[in-house]
Design a protein around this ligand. Structure first.
Ligand SMILES: [Zn+2]
Length: 292
């Protein structure tokens, strides 16, 4: 343990940061990465405040469930993590999203350090996905960040957004708005980061079609070994938060969600392919549906 502290004090904390649009498979990627013996995943850790703060009455307890399926206040792992942080001094849940860089830096460092101590791992995976949060990490020299830009076929992303909108009866979750947003953010991120040594592009489709090959490639780029447990993530214990429902289901396999292929109309497919043509080219997606 002593050695651990010495190493930690000298070195910045290594962060694998998943940057992506919603509905791109970040929960799955997070579980796969967090199944490595060196990597602990916190999930969408920027939402910690929602999980640990006092809530207004009427907000569902289900929103506070850890991937171990316990409410976060009954989860021994989170109890151990939070007990390492002086909660009177640090409003940790709120501070980890602070706009003040010193507050952001100190509170995230304390939190992630506590998570790594409890999990006895050395690398933290953050799948908050948000660009502003990534920028704050990059500005700090307390963290060494590897950017994992996760992409998925824009037509699949837009389809998932529309499906969610129909469920929620919310028109703002709209197929074409989703495409517009996808174009904007993914092009910006690619042009801003792809020239950097710490940038890694990861495709959802490759992860589900050939998990071993794709994860092996990523691990190699990160200077880590691929471990078999990574594609049997359900065998490991996880305490990440946020993300989609899949983290609470009993998955025993990794499979591609390709419902979009049979459900997008010819017209929507055609329009979506024209609108996102540059991104399809950049990220290597076919134009034709029967090739996707
Ligand atoms: Zn838990």
């Amino acid at each position: 343990m002593f050695l651990y502290y010495v190493t930690r004090m000298k070195n910045p904390i290594k962060i694998l940061y998943i940057l992506s649009s919603g509905h791109s498979g970040s929960t799955l990627t997070d579980l796969i990465l967090g199944s490595h013996s060196e990597i602990e995943s916190g999930g969408e850790i920027d939402r910690l405040h929602d999980y640990i703060s006092e809530r207004p009455p009427g907000r569902g307890e289900i929103e506070r469930v850890c991937t171990c399926k316990k409410n976060i206040k009954d989860c021994a792992y989170w109890e151990a993590v939070l007990s390492k942080i002086d909660s009177d001094k640090y409003n940790i849940g709120a501070n980890i999203e602070s706009e003040e860089i010193e507050v952001f830096e100190e509170s995230n460092f304390k939190l992630i350090e506590a998570i790594l101590e409890v999990s006895e791992k050395t690398i933290f995976c953050d799948s908050s996905k948000s660009y502003p949060r990534l920028v704050k990490f990059l500005k700090s020299n307390k963290f060494a960040v590897e950017i994992i830009h996760l992409v998925r076929d824009p037509r699949a992303v837009a389809y998932s957004v529309r499906r969610k909108g129909l469920k929620l009866n919310d028109e703002s979750y709209n197929f074409f708005n989703a495409l517009k947003n996808y174009k904007k953010v993914n092009s910006k991120w690619f042009s801003e980061f792809s020239g950097l040594d710490n940038y890694h592009l990861l495709k959802y489709e490759n992860i589900v079609q050939d998990t071993e090959k794709e994860v092996k490639r990523l691990m190699q780029e990160l200077g880590l070994n691929f471990e078999k447990d990574q594609f049997e993530f359900w065998k490991n214990e996880h305490h990440n938060i946020g993300g989609n429902r899949m983290r609470l289901q009993n998955h025993k396999s990794i499979r591609k969600d390709d419902e979009y292929l049979s459900n997008i109309s010819f017209k929507d497919w055609y329009l979506a392919s024209i609108k996102t043509f540059p991104q399809l080219k950049t990220f290597g997606y076919p134009i034709l549906k029967n090739m996707a």
